[in-house]
Write a protein that binds this ligand. Structure first.
Ligand SMILES: C[S@@+](CC[C@H](N)C(=O)[O-])C[C@H]1O[C@@H](n2cnc3c(N)ncnc32)[C@H](O)[C@@H]1O
Length: 190
């Protein structure tokens, strides 16, 4: 699989921002290698976008564990649902929700590709529907951290390009890898 092949499934406006917004194939394959060393009850992508991480992982994992994605942009959620049907993938469930409002507790593993970063001013935004504000970013980061702190001991959080901060209270860093395309880390709830 290559990003070019996978992204060819996407509507043009989402294909053009793939490098900046959707996890590269190589990073998903690296994450799958790691997950094979783990006892995974389920994994959830916080901010699943067009579903690239969840759908390609579902193909690789082939039913080994359930995969979930949460996305608050309706259009992206709809793209992920239609790709799931088109690619005939099972074992993956998408929900249209805001994880800052309704945090999905109970998974052994979480994945984040810096979903809060979009609140900061920058290039390659998905759209301009959401407010851009440093204060809002800090407020949302606090909500995310406090919810992750409520996860049970042993919960793992995998980040690609971080979660938005440098310290995750209640977690220790288990792994840190400088991949060609960005920093990949695993955090464990103490
Ligand atoms: C950088 S993209 C990563 C997408 C996907 N995880 C992937 O790797 O392919 C971050 C996603 O998080 C979503 N997002 C940001 N804040 C969210 C929130 N509070 N609730 C649900 N989704 C959110 C954005 O809409 C965007 O699709």
């Amino acid at each position: 699989m290559t990003d070019q092949i996978w992204d060819s499934n996407l509507p043009a406006k989402y294909k053009s921002i793939s490098t900046y917004q959707w996890t590269p194939v190589q990073v998903i394959e690296f994450t799958w290698q790691y997950l094979q060393t783990q006892s995974v009850s389920s994994i959830l992508d916080l901010g699943s976008g067009v579903g690239k991480f969840c759908l390609y992982l579902a193909k690789l994992a082939n039913g080994n564990f359930p995969i979930y994605g949460i996305e608050d942009r309706l259009d992206l959620y709809k793209v992920s649902e239609s790709l799931k049907t088109k690619l005939k993938l099972e074992g993956v469930v998408f929900n249209h929700e805001d994880f800052l409002v309704n945090f999905p507790f109970g998974h052994s593993h979480y994945y984040l590709f810096n979903p809060l970063y979009e609140t900061m001013k920058g290039n390659y935004s998905i759209d301009f529907e959401k407010e851009k504000s440093a204060n809002l970013f800090l407020k949302n980061l606090q909500i995310l951290k406090s919810n992750l702190l409520k996860c049970k001991t042993g919960t793992k959080v995998i980040t690609y390009h971080g979660f938005g901060g440098s310290i995750l209270p209640g977690f220790r860093i288990l792994m840190k890898k400088e991949l060609e395309l960005g920093e990949w880390m695993v955090w464990e709830r103490d």
